[in-house]
Ligand binder design. Structure first.
Ligand SMILES: Nc1ncnc2c1ncn2[C@@H]1O[C@H](COP(=O)(O)OP(=O)(O)O)[C@@H](O)[C@H]1O
Ligand SMILES: N[C@@H](CCOP(=O)(O)O)C(=O)O
Length: 301
């Protein structure tokens, strides 16, 4: 194989009480990543959403870092050409950096037939997240690679659990930029026992709800975070207003990842009214989509 093209999906991490643990693959938007064998070295080109904000230096691009590490570990003598077409806005809270990291790991595995497991792909992809977030959080790259809903139950060693799920979501992308690195810096180093009890309880409710296919319980528990949202909602003007105005139209709403993206679990038949509120407050892009199945191969030759 000389070339492979994959689509790597947006992902919504944290999902309220699951900070750095929970993640959901979405069906759209997505990045398109093409890797080709080349004469030597690693080259990167980026086009599409926010391309001008994305470095093409190998050591500063999440996909470049992942490819560099795999080449080193497997002593690959050939070069790799990386072509990234961004469909996910950088700094959106939809795992834009993660989509490139995960797509690059997946594509390298196929291009050089490395037989890496999904867990090994998550490990490599999370190295890219160190570049964008300053910490190799795996809660975006895991759902991009596994699809569905994932839980990073341990970081050292890495352990990921996966639940295939399929329900509709609405994602709004206010025209605000929030860097994950900055959105992590504003969080406290420690929390109260009451906050821990609250978040663990809500997280348990979310996991139980997936096995019972109870989207109302999922959404209600998703809204129960008392650790991260109080800080990060301050970075998203209009968030509390939207939350109040749509409370009777949704099962749940929370900040997607580090924001400013917002993920909503809609009640049946309420989509158009939800979109009206989002348009009134933010007048921003809105995706009415569903949980995705992860990275897909588009072409290989
Ligand atoms: N391939 C890439 N795709 C997206 N962002 C990248 C990439 N490589 C590096 N970055 C940097 O990562 C940052 C976006 O990541 P982050 O702040 O985590 O937001 P997001 O929620 O979109 O992942 C941007 O500052 C961008 O410059
Ligand atoms: N757990 C991370 C998730 C960041 O998600 P992103 O989509 O904003 O990159 C965090 O909250 O810092």
């Amino acid at each position: 194989m000389e070339k492979i093209k994959v689509i790597s999906p947006a992902t919504s991490a944290n999902l309220g009480p699951g900070y750095d643990i929970f993640g959901l693959a979405l069906s759209e938007p997505y990045d398109t990543i093409t890797l080709s064998r080349s004469g030597g070295g690693i080259s990167i080109s980026v086009k599409g959403e926010g391309a001008n904000k994305i470095p093409t230096d190998v050591d500063k691009n999440t996909a470049g870092v992942v490819v560099r590490e795999i080449i080193k570990d497997f002593n690959i003598k050939e070069g790799v050409k990386i072509e990234i077409e961004k469909g996910i806005r950088p700094g959106s809270g939809l795992g834009s950096s993660a989509a490139s990291s995960a797509g690059a790991a997946f594509a390298m595995n196929e291009l050089f037939n490395l037989n890496l497991s999904k867990l090994e792909l998550v490990k490599y992809a999370s190295l890219g997240e160190s570049i964008s977030a300053g910490f190799p959080h795996a809660d975006n790259v895991a759902p991009a690679i596994y699809g569905g809903f994932t839980m990073v139950v341990n970081y050292n060693p890495l352990e990921v659990l996966h639940i295939p799920v399929d329900f509709e979501v609405v994602v709004a992308l206010p025209d605000i930029e929030v860097s994950t690195k900055k959105a992590r810096e504003i969080l406290p180093d420690s929390i109260s026992l009451r906050s821990m009890v609250n978040n663990v309880g809500k997280a348990c409710g979310m996991i139980y709800s997936l096995f019972k296919k109870d989207v109302e319980l999922f959404g209600r528990c998703m809204m129960g975070d008392s650790v991260v949202e109080p800080y990060r909602s301050q970075l998203i003007p209009g968030y509390l207003e939207v939350k109040e105005k749509i409370k009777d139209l949704v099962y749940g709403i929370t900040i997607s990842g580090s924001g400013p993206g917002v993920i909503i679990i809609p009640k049946e038949g309420k989509i158009s009214r939800i979109k009206e509120v989002l348009d009134e407050v933010w007048a921003c892009p809105v995706y009415h989509t569903k949980v995705g199945t992860g990275i897909q191969i588009l072409e290989r030759n």
